[in-house]
Design a protein around this ligand. Sequence first.
Ligand code: PRX
Length: 574
Amino acid sequence: MEIMKNRSYLRKLRIESNLKNYDEMKKHFKWSKFKKEIHWMEKDKLNTAVNSVDKHIGTVRENKVALIWEGEKGEEKKFTFREIYELSNRFANVLKKFKIKKGQRVFVLLQRVPELYYSHLGSIKYGAVAGTMFPAFGPDAIYDRLENSEAVALITDSELVKRVDEVKKKLPKLKHIFVIDKPKGKEIDFHKEMEKASEHFKPKALNPEDFAFMLYTSGTTGKPKGVLHAHRSALYEHLTAKWVLDIHDTDVYWCTADPGWVTGIAYGILGSWSNGATSLVYAGRFDAEKWYELIQKYSVTIWYTAPTAVRLLMGAGEETAKKFDLTSLRHLCSVGEPLNPEPIKWSLKVFGLPFHDNFWQTETGGIVIANYPSMKIKAGSMGKPFPGIHAAIVDDEGKELTAGKEGNLALKPPWPGLMKTIWKQKKRFDKYFLNKWYLTGDKAMKDSEGYFWFVGRGDDIIKTSGERVGPFEVESALISHPSVLEAGVIGKPDALKGEIIKAFVVLRKGVTPSDALKNELQMHVKKNYAGHAYPREIEFIEELPKTQSGKILRRVLKAKESGLDLGDTSTFAK
Ligand code: PRX
């Protein structure tokens, strides 16, 4: 009872939002005015890991809890900023011992365990390029990323390393595999090395344009793209976490995203710790009761999640939420896919707070359009551009359209978070730009008050539970099965997941379609590509619709799926 009173009291303190007046800030905003918000090391040099962790050493935050970690079985660990600082220093020293060079790629393939967080920071601190991958990835997806990035080191565990073993022979550049539990053969014992390493490390002072971290993300065609972010993105992550997520020193903040996704890096490690938040990480799966229990147990104040999770909570019912004391919550945010008005109304009713939708992409390095705590929310809208970002709706020639017109959502470069490049694919990087605009690939509309409304993707990228999946990768995984001749993959609208993956499959001659085969194909994609990105629906068809140049017309498959008109068919193969 006493605790409950305290929590309600906390909320009633009415913490003032960091961004008090959006319009005023937008009018007078200059990036140079805010440069001092982050930590600079010497003469315009910085290191994004130093900015997130080391800068707190010697301040009142030094012994503050930075990370509250809870495992699937309820195990709990807490780390102060000092501890994260020392552990990441140790890991940087391990990289030094193994003679990793500045700019080389060091990847992590782990579940959400503490080792992931401090080794990622240690790699950045050392001057390596830190990369992450979803632990749901299978051998083929892992191979594509490690091969393309030419990663020299990998930190993983004894379970996940089995998937790496399947492709290791084809990865000659991957010299060092660190295993955090039970290493075998030539694998390096991560914790033994950590114990031997010093907790003191002089971090590299780097140029703002030097690479800090990379993430692979799906495009419509071809293999995934390695999106590279520079150390300058620290300023963007910091300021967006401060003004959109509204992180204060007093907050216990929970970002539910996995660090295999950019949200889990920019707002699960870098931007959130730069603002000194105590961050909660839960390593287990979604479970409505468990999630509420965590909020109650740790008095979470800020919660950043995705629409699919909100819909799942809605599905679990108001009664489930009522069993817990959730009055510590003071600010709720959502990202990754459209947030309809319905979940906002629901959260207002159940938590007494609305979810604030915001929009961004792996490539933008941080939130670019948002509903700010001090601004009126228009339910269903993504909000307004971050101060310092000029967003517009443009036509296919890159000409700005007036309010109320639907078109391509575009942003005016540069801004500190914008990706530096696409790894080894300059052409794919250049394709993002048109008439001095950065094109998001999304269709949207701006209303007369400057709010942006999401309309849909302008391409074939699938968004399932907020995660971005390229149809090409799923198609490739299907085709690698001996029974499959061709496959076309689309996103099919789904009330819970936003979209589910649907595959149209043409079988090889003599293969008989059956439900058992559908199952087998699903398992095949799960095992080789990714456990979370397999086709939930499979339909066998005789032939795929294609352009005359042989490209699969996914637009036609989509239309077929929803019973729509097939549109312009003049480029179809005859
Ligand atoms: O299509 C948009 C959708 O997600 C895409 C970016 O995916 P990804 O790079 O995986 O996301 C990184 C961090 C969010 C966008 O091009 N998207 C993202 N946020 C929203 C959204 N669609 C609608 N509303 C949003 N708030």
